[in-house]
Design a protein around this ligand. Sequence first.
Ligand code: ATP
Ligand code: MG
Length: 338
Amino acid sequence: MTTHKITLIPGDGIGPEVSGAVVKIVETAGAATRVKFEWHTHNAGAEAFEKTGEYIPKALYESIEATRVALKGPVTTPVGGGFTSINVTLRQKFELFANFRPVKSLPGLKTKYPDIDLIIVRENMEDLYAGLEHVVVPGVVQALKIITEKGSTRIAQFAFDYARKHGRRKVHSIHKANIMKLSDGLFLRCCRAVAEGFPEILYAEHIVDNACMQLVMNPYQYDILLTENLYGDIISDLCSAFVGGLGLVPGANLGTECAIFEAVHGSAPDIAGKNLANPTALLQSAVLMLHHINEGPTAEKIQTALEQVYREGKTLTKDVGGTSGTKEFADAVIAAMG
Ligand code: ATP
Ligand code: MG
């Protein structure tokens, strides 16, 4: 019996509901495959601030430094003021430079675009997300877009390495280098240089606005979308719609030391506390996490049960056309594990 120490950040909004459901499913799958989990729970954000006086408590940092793996629910970022995004701060602190987001159709779920299998590889530390903004004179604000050769090269390297390792055929860089000639120009130059080392993988470039149209017209022309931070954020929400929405798409924030697994969606305050949230996105993030810690059989057990529940279509949450709640859905996944 192996025991894994995992940092758990429940989050806020729908965070506690979806992470509660996911922990229950992961525990059950673990018990069936002889894997144990020791959850080190620490919250972040407004709630943590009230309790500890810190938005990201020292104990949370120390926990991730020790476990090197975290499963994270969404944490609300205040709009237009207030504290800096917790998500962005954690990504910076642990140098989680790659945001890996597979967008894959689930069986049985009717959408306008069947059989989608896309991967978004988003640079996770630079771009306008460096958070460097200042007032130049009253009424004029400057935000700095940071793009570096190092950051662009390593995210491109990540995308191509993944493509080679997993037999993917194409990488598209998404950019706006016609307008941002220096910054996006540098990003593209780095991507092209990396692409040269991967002659078996098709490499192409699309301007971001055109890419949005192309995606909606024909998403099947894409395979891996390689993007800077901001374009990756926007394109992720867009692509989530192909497979049934934000309730489904998982993500991994990967660095060289640690990894944080979290859904693409945010804290969805409109549906928080109502047993309405779909835990699938965080559950599939947990599946990515289980593969990351080399617990393939536990991951497969969950994925198979999840797909069975979707294929049967009887116990789905509202966002994907069902009538069940978060808890009932989680129980159905557990039941499907037999
Ligand atoms: P962020 O800025 O953190 O990315 P966002 O503005 O993109 O957040 P979300 O919190 O991701 O917004 O949610 C957008 C909408 O999508 C929500 O209002 C909700 O209706 C829906 N949604 C998001 N996650 C889920 C989920 N897990 N289950 C069901 N619906 C969801
Ligand atoms: Mg969003």
